[in-house]
Design a protein around this ligand. Structure first.
Ligand code: AHR
Length: 666
């Protein structure tokens, strides 16, 4: 009992300390902060805050790609993975996987079903979806199958069933004799109930034999209502970030476990049935979170990525393989004298995105429905590659790409870590080469983010720009399954991001990683956005990203405390910018201390300002998180206050992040 009381007391003290209210306000002098709106510390690029997309944690298949059928083409290494065959009585050989290798190299397998006067209950196929299928009442669903058959008409009964096996949507289609030709059969129906764990059931009526492939089910309420498109709720969360760029398709996905599994963009465009799937490298990569049914069908391919970038107003940033597989896995290397096809892929990708419609790949883009250019201006060569082998290869890409497209910008890898021998030698070599943009990654503890808010203050202002291409505060350690997305991780990133913004003259792009995680299918935590089959929510880290991206400005101005740059004195972090288009001064303040801090903020270099300032404030306990039940527990709250003259008192609450927007009057 005594122990229990003591434990509760300790817990109370800890929580109170974290809220900064145990001893009331600690002795606190008023801090004098000055923002000089007429200073100029550099331009903030429109690309400054962007997003990193990779097919990890069921990000694409089972995620934004809205296909509900898992293993629609029977090409998983276990051809019936995701499917159950129910047959009463069971007959040997009535359901077979056949292989037409030779006539269809990218999608050789199909399902052959022999019917013997089938009727309800005799023979049915059930697909389990990706951890079930998220079905919504009132939404229309599109079913399709590619089939052939040589007999009398066969009836296909299509049913969506809920977890209790009750029908919540159905349709009937007739498969007529196709005389051996493969034909597509389609139907649509409306779901009558909402269900997170539905399954698709197909049962047959008739006699004979039917071959089936590409069995598919899509909702019609996709992003922009595109047939076969993306999950609208997930994409909306991306659009709400107003991202400056979108990096795709990864990540380690680009490298592959070995070169055979590397990402090859040319295999991801054109008819779906010709996009050859491969195993997803996250299938077995994380030993404590194996995901054996994780494949890349490439239903979401490079055309769709470019289209997505355009839809959400983000500059596309594809990353391509540089002739090296993941150096944590096979480390497989393409010999230098065999690198040409890889370099050609890069050149062809630029043509695919931008080339006029008379060029080879520009014509392909037009044939897919987009004659206009996608305005691709940059590309990453390699992801987290390092060593002399990387330098040797990337120089070959650079030479070929710059020769043909002199103004095209390249993003270079600086390895996996933001320090150490590998980073230092690569960074030095890349800067000597005058590399356009260097990609730095940091998966570190919250303290690292707080202590490194000044990381770029001494970086050279001229020369290579930095792309903070992957970062996230790890509450436990990198790839720990116990990592949390809580207010501690988010506020430490906010503090660090003030350093990125202050150094926008050096850092031209930044993106949190990974982006998405499915609650039942993740491999890697923490992640920016969590989803299940029916809903999606942003983490505290998401709202921090949104605050920066939605309130960016285009010019950095100085913000000082007692004449010194504000970078962590008394755990206060800050950046300030001007939005010269909307005539706004934007101040960002992070208080990473457990006490409230009183400040007097003076504005210099302004002639007249509007009386009302608008604020967005995030303030929480460090352990607070968002969830499906409470998705906005940690989210910005809007408020406003009045300013008289050119200075104002401002109290910065414990563990809080503030964006203050002040209209400048000319
Ligand atoms: O974001 C998860 C992984 O972390 C990326 O695929 C890789 O680039 C990094 O190691």
């Amino acid at each position: 009992m005594k122990i229990l009381v003591q434990k509760s007391l300790t817990l109370f003290i800890l929580c109170s300390l974290m809220q900064g209210n145990l001893f009331g306000q600690l002795a606190n002098t008023i801090k004098k902060i000055e923002v000089n709106a007429s200073s100029n510390l550099g331009k903030i690029e429109p690309t400054m805050w962007g997003i990193f997309f990779e097919d990890i944690n069921l990000g694409a298949d089972g995620g934004i790609y809205a296909e509900l059928v898992k293993n629609r083409s029977f090409e998983f290494y276990k051809p019936l993975m995701g499917w159950t065959v129910l047959e009463q009585p069971s007959k040997e050989g009535s359901v077979l996987i056949l292989n037409r290798q030779g006539s269809n190299l990218s999608n050789p397998r199909y399902l052959s079903v022999k019917l013997d006067h089938a009727k309800k209950g005799n023979l049915s196929l059930i697909n389990e979806g990706f951890r079930g299928m998220g079905i919504k009442a009132g939404v229309q669903y599109d079913f399709s199958v590619v089939y052939n058959q040589l007999t009398n008409p066969i009836q296909l009964h299509i049913e969506l069933v809920n977890a209790k096996n009750e029908i919540i949507g159905q349709a009937l289609i007739e498969a007529i004799n196709t005389k051996g030709e493969w034909k597509k059969l389609k139907t649509s129906f409306i779901a009558t109930a909402t269900e997170p764990k539905a399954k698709l059931k197909i049962w047959f009526e008739g006699d004979g034999e039917i071959n089936m492939d590409m069995i598919s089910l899509f909702p019609q309420d996709t992003w922009k209502k595109r047939p076969g498109g993306m999950r609208a709720d997930m994409i909306q969360l991306l659009a709400d970030l107003k991202p400056g760029f979108i990096r795709f398709p990864g990540g380690c996905i680009v490298e592959g476990y070995d070169l055979a599994q590397r990402y090859q963009w040319k295999k991801t465009i054109g008819p779906l049935e010709e996009r050859q799937l491969i195993i997803n490298r996250w299938n077995t990569e994380i030993a404590h979170r194996p995901t054996l049914d994780y494949f890349q069908t490439f239903g979401l391919g490079f055309f769709e990525y470019f289209q997505l970038a355009e839809d959400i107003g983000a500059a596309p940033l594809p990353i391509i393989n540089c002739g090296m597989a993941c150096q944590f896995n096979s480390s497989e290397l393409v010999p230098i004298d065999q690198l040409d096809p890889y370099v050609q892929d890069a050149l062809d990708l630029i043509e695919f995105a931008n080339g006029d419609t008379t060029s080879n790949y520009g014509r392909v883009r037009a044939s897919l429905g987009h004659p206009a250019s996608f305005n691709l201006s940059m590309m990453g060569v390699g992801n987290e590659n390092w060593g002399p082998q990387y330098l040797e290869r990337v120089k070959i890409f650079e030479k070929a790409i710059k020769l043909k497209y002199p103004n095209f910008k390249l993003v270079y890898s600086s390895g996996t870590d933001p320090g150490g021998e590998r980073f230092e030698s690569l960074n030095t070599a890349l800067r000597k080469m005058n590399a356009d943009i260097i990609d730095e990654h940091y998966y570190r503890k919250p303290d690292w983010f707080l202590n490194n808010a000044n990381r770029y203050d001494l970086y050279p202002r001229n020369g290579s720009k930095v792309f903070a291409g992957e970062y996230a505060a790890q509450s436990e350690f990198t790839v720990s399954p116990n990592n949390k997305n809580n207010w501690l991780t988010a506020i430490s990133e906010a503090a660090f991001m003030t350093g990125l913004e202050r150094n926008a003259a050096v850092v031209s792009m930044a993106s949190y990683a990974p982006l998405f995680a499915h609650a039942e299918g993740w491999q890697w935590t923490p992640d920016l956005i969590w989803v299940d089959n029916l809903s999606a929510y942003g983490t505290p880290d998401y709202y921090v990203q949104k605050m920066f991206s939605n309130n960016k400005g285009n010019k950095v101005v100085s913000i000082t405390l007692d004449g010194k740059t504000l970078i962590g004195q008394d755990s206060l972090y800050a950046s300030a910018s001007l939005d010269t288009v909307n005539n706004e001064l934007i101040i960002k303040l992070v208080n990473a201390a457990n006490k409230s801090q009183a400040t007097l903020i003076s504005l210099t270099g302004v002639s007249k300002i509007a009386q009302q300032a608008n604020t967005f404030i995030m303030q929480n306990n460090l352990i607070d998180m968002n969830s499906f039940e409470n998705p906005e527990k940690v989210a910005p709250k809007a408020a406003s206050f009045n300013i008289k003259g050119s200075s104002f008192n401002y109290e910065i609450s414990p563990y809080s992040f503030h964006v203050i927007k002040i209209k400048l009057i000319k």
